[in-house]
Ligand binder design. Structure first.
Ligand SMILES: [Zn+2]
Length: 413
């Protein structure tokens, strides 16, 4: 088989396209392939598809293709231009690449696979392209996926905010909790950022959302109440967020008590911060003995911790009625604890109680998006590498958006 025929088949070229010439440079470890077309032939207009005569040819362009036995392979062609009566002079679509891409479709598909497995830098190194090119490939894949995504609101929505860059900046995330995917990400954690995330849904769309798991974060709450019809019965203040607030309260109590104890020469609480923050069943064994001694002591922190652990049982109640009864006991205990940070959380939960207890109607938590958290955590660690928020957003949607990222191998002519 001649090398031109081999490459015609490798590239999947059909009439009118064929391979005219192949050059191999063993020093540069590079293969160059030139595609040509037969003539005369009519070409479909890229806008309207009507058959048009050839106008001229553009300057030669180059597309990076999959390597041939580790030789970088580049496809060259002069793309015909047609003159459409309605659209004027246009470059025709080529069958091996998407418009304006510098890579063949097969290369893009492969690059997407590589990018899914590693960082942008890692992929750039493997693929022999620049960081910018790798990122651009990723961003295009995301755009493609977003354009294809079914336009329907999630039945169960999760709203989350995440600190990035050491807590100095936040992002708002809207998730589809049933599918376990991120729908949109916006910078900041304000009304505007949430509206940006929801922007492509109409009020009618949003009325179809059946439940929303979220934190008691006022800008988000008022936004959801404003845009989601029937929000009162749909908002579920998320148990993970509520327990996180209690964890902060325990930590405040500990810090205060630690200061007090140390002034008396007692350093029992020094270095204990993390032990108090674990859910009891997750406490690593190495802390077990020390922590047992602390939590069974008469320390105020131990009392705050017990109240926190007890709150977690609210969501294990079998029925709404049982939860209400259980809540009354817990609330009495918390508000009589003489621990200001604990009382504060108790008051906050109480004032939001009806939408905490909607849990017993909808049975949802952001736990669904916890699965996404590990990926996002990893992306955050690399966040410094993303250079800008749009890059970070593209990476999140690329890895967690559940999108159809690949270019169609046979684009419409
Ligand atoms: Zn046209």
């Amino acid at each position: 088989m001649r090398d031109t025929e081999l490459y015609r088949q490798l590239l999947g070229l059909d009439s009118p396209w064929t391979v005219a010439r192949v050059e191999l440079d063993t020093k540069k470890q590079r293969v160059d392939v030139w595609a040509e077309h037969d003539r005369p032939v009519n070409w479909p207009c890229p806008e309207c598809g009507s058959a048009c005569g050839l106008h001229d040819h553009d300057e030669e362009r180059t597309w990076r293709h999959l390597d041939s036995c580790q030789f970088q392979t580049h496809l060259h062609a002069r793309v015909p231009r047609i003159r459409c009566p309605d659209h004027g002079v246009r470059q025709v679509r080529v069958p091996w690449a998407e418009t304006r891409s510098g890579f063949t479709l097969l290369f893009e598909r492969f690059a997407i696979d590589v990018l899914q497995e590693t960082s942008i830098q890692g992929a750039a190194t493997i693929l022999g392209i620049s960081w910018d090119e790798a990122h651009h490939l990723m961003a295009r894949a995301v755009e493609r996926g977003l354009a294809r995504r079914e336009h329907a609101p999630p039945r169960i929505m999760g709203i989350d905010e995440k600190a990035i860059a050491k807590g100095q900046r936040y992002v708002t995330m809207v998730n589809d909790l049933e599918e376990g995917v991120v729908l949109e990400v916006a910078e900041d954690r304000t009304k505007q950022s949430l509206l940006r995330c929801l922007g492509h849904f109409s009020f009618d769309d949003l009325a179809k959302v059946e439940a929303v798991a979220m934190d008691m974060w006022q800008p988000f709450v008022s936004t959801i109440r404003a845009v989601v019809e029937g929000a009162d019965g749909k908002i579920v203040y998320d148990r993970f967020h509520i327990v996180a607030h209690m964890n902060e309260a325990v930590d405040k109590v500990r810090r205060g008590e630690n200061r007090q104890l140390r002034s008396e020469g007692d350093d029992r609480l020094v270095g204990s911060k993390h032990m108090w923050l674990y859910a009891q069943e997750n406490l690593p064994d190495r802390y077990a003995w020390n922590f047992w001694a602390l939590r069974t002591s008469k320390l105020t922190t131990a009392r705050a911790w017990a109240i926190k652990e007890s709150l977690r049982a609210l969501w294990n109640q079998p029925t709404l009625a049982a939860a209400v009864a259980w809540w009354r006991h817990w609330h009495y205990w918390a508000t009589h604890s003489r621990l200001a940070p604990v009382k504060k959380v108790a008051a906050m939960v109480k004032s939001h109680l009806s939408n905490v207890l909607t849990y017993f109607t909808h049975n949802i938590t952001n736990a669904g998006s916890e699965a996404l958290n590990s990926v996002i955590q990893m992306l955050k660690k690399r966040a410094f590498g993303y250079r800008s928020f749009p890059n970070f957003r593209a990476a999140i949607l690329f890895h967690c958006g559940g999108l159809d990222l690949y270019p169609a191998t046979h684009p419409k002519a």
